[in-house]
Every structure is written in C-alpha cells, then in structure tokens.
Design a binder for this molecule. Structure first.
Ligand SMILES: Nc1ncnc2c1ncn2[C@@H]1O[C@H](COP(=O)(O)OP(=O)(O)OP(=O)(O)O)[C@@H](O)[C@H]1O
Ligand SMILES: [Mg+2]
Length: 235
C-alpha cells in the first residue's frame, strides 16, 4: 500500500508514515481547534514536495485563505505560479430554496472533481463540508459524499475534509454521518490553553491510539508525537 506523507510536523509518525493513498480523512473539531490550518498545511506541504494539491474553501474567500497561509510565512505565490497548488472557492450562491442550493452543491462537487483531474492533483482539502451539508437531508448527504469521495479515489487523490463538531469529545462531525463515510478520522481538541489531536480511525493501517499535544506556531501546526495527553484531561 502506498502512503501519502502529510508533511505536517509530528503527524506522519501517528499514521505509521502517512495516509493510505486515495483515502479520505475527516478532520473533526469545534471552532478554533485548528481544522482549517491543518487542511491548508496539508496542501502547502504537498506543493513543496512537487505534488499538486487543491484547497477548496466553502466558507472564506480565496484571498482570505491566501492571507492566512502567508501569515505562516508560507511562500504560496511561487507554488501557485508553478501550478503546484491552487485555492478554489465552492460557490453555493445565495438562493433561499434548498432544492436550488442542493443542485448547485452537486454541480460544484462535480467541478471540484474535474479540477482535481485537470491539475492532476494528488491531494485535495475541502474546508468545510459542514457548510454545504447543512442544506442537505442526511439521507441525501451521505450517499452524495460517498459518491464524491469514491470518485476522488478513482482519481488516486488523497483527500482531507473538515467538519465542525459541537466540541463534545466523542463527536467527530456535524451530522454524525461524515465519520462513517470517511476512511479516516482525526479529532482536534482545544481545552484552553492546551491543544490536542488523536487519530480516531484510519482504514487499512495501524495507527497511534494516544492523544497528543500540538501547538499552532508562526510556522503552522506542530504535533508532539512523543508526548501524551490523558483522555480525561480533554474537556
Ligand atoms: N500565527 C498563529 N500563531 C498561533 N496561533 C494561531 C496563529 N494563527 C491562528 N492561530 C490559532 O488558530 C486558531 C484558528 O484555527 P483554525 O482557523 O484552523 O480553526 P478552525 O478549527 O478551522 O475553526 P472554525 O471551525 O471556526 O473554522 C485561532 O483561533 C488561533 O487560536
Ligand atoms: Mg475553519
């Protein structure tokens, strides 16, 4: 099995080297836990290694994402010029009618898969799935997400997607369906002043089962794989 090393400091040792290629991994956490930064860093690290990556935002503007990335001193301009990375916005429009929005979401997902194909992206990040899932019934969201992730697997793209949680420590997604569709689940916590991370599941590989502290520094996320946090310490 091929693995995709994320390049995020301290994460790959928790995954026995990386995410199994073609997998989709959910990053779940409450607001401010670091989901977006982790997703951005995944694409940046990919581009640095010469593997094209696509970052799709559903919540911010493309410029805001670029500024956030540059605030970590990541030189994304040259990587974008070299077509090693791209930032796209998933445009849901402003319709009031849920049926119209759902049709739009489906079209946008098709466009994302096409963009992955066109740029030969090996990695994709979608931040977040919660903002479009909110428009769909669970019975529709689950098969659509499954179909989309399956399509990416066919393209050999390794995907991470974020979802908001209530903050309860055994909540891994917003709708309770995303974690079953995903091949892997990584949970982020912020119990002030401490941040922590753990791998809830990763199909097809053994993985670390402990909770580990991490920091967000002026270079991005840094996980401490040799330090542990007690499950009871997470609130
Ligand atoms: N340069 C930095 N140095 C240290 N911490 C930072 C820096 N930039 C951002 N942060 C921390 O990261 C947090 C934001 O992380 P991020 O945007 O990834 O959260 P999120 O989980 O995506 O939240 P949301 O669900 O609201 O989108 C900030 O609230 C701040 O605590
Ligand atoms: Mg975010």
């Amino acid at each position: 099995m091929q693995r995709v090393a994320t390049g995020i400091p301290g994460l790959d040792p928790l995954l026995n080297g990386g995410i199994p290629q073609g997998s989709s991994v959910l990053i779940g956490g409450a607001s401010g836990t670091g989901k977006s930064i982790l997703a951005m860093q995944y694409i940046y690290e990919s581009a640095l290694k010469g593997e094209p990556g696509l970052f799709v935002t559903t919540e911010s503007g493309v410029k805001n994402i670029a500024w956030d990335m540059q605030s970590f001193n990541w030189d994304i301009n040259s990587l974008q010029e070299k077509k090693m990375m791209a930032i796209n916005r998933m445009n849901l429009g402003y319709a009031n009618d849920a049926r119209v929005v759902v049709e739009r979401i489906k079209e946008e997902l098709d466009l994302i898969a096409r963009a992955v194909n066109d740029m030969h992206a090996q990695r994709l990040a979608i931040d977040s799935t919660t903002s479009f899932a909110v428009w769909m019934e669970k019975t529709e969201f689950r098969p659509k997400l499954f179909e989309f992730l399956d399509w990416l697997k066919d393209l050999n793209c390794t995907t991470i997607f974020t979802a908001e949680t209530s903050g309860a420590k055994t909540d891994f997604s917003a709708y309770g369906v995303e974690e079953f569709v995903a091949d892997g689940v990584i949970a982020l916590y912020f119990t002030p002043p401490n941040r922590s991370i753990f791998v809830r599941k990763m199909r097809g590989t053994a993985h670390d089962k402990n909770v580990h502290p991490f920091e967000i520094t002026n270079r991005g996320i840094e996980i401490k794989p040799r330090e542990q946090v007690l499950w009871e310490a997470i609130k």
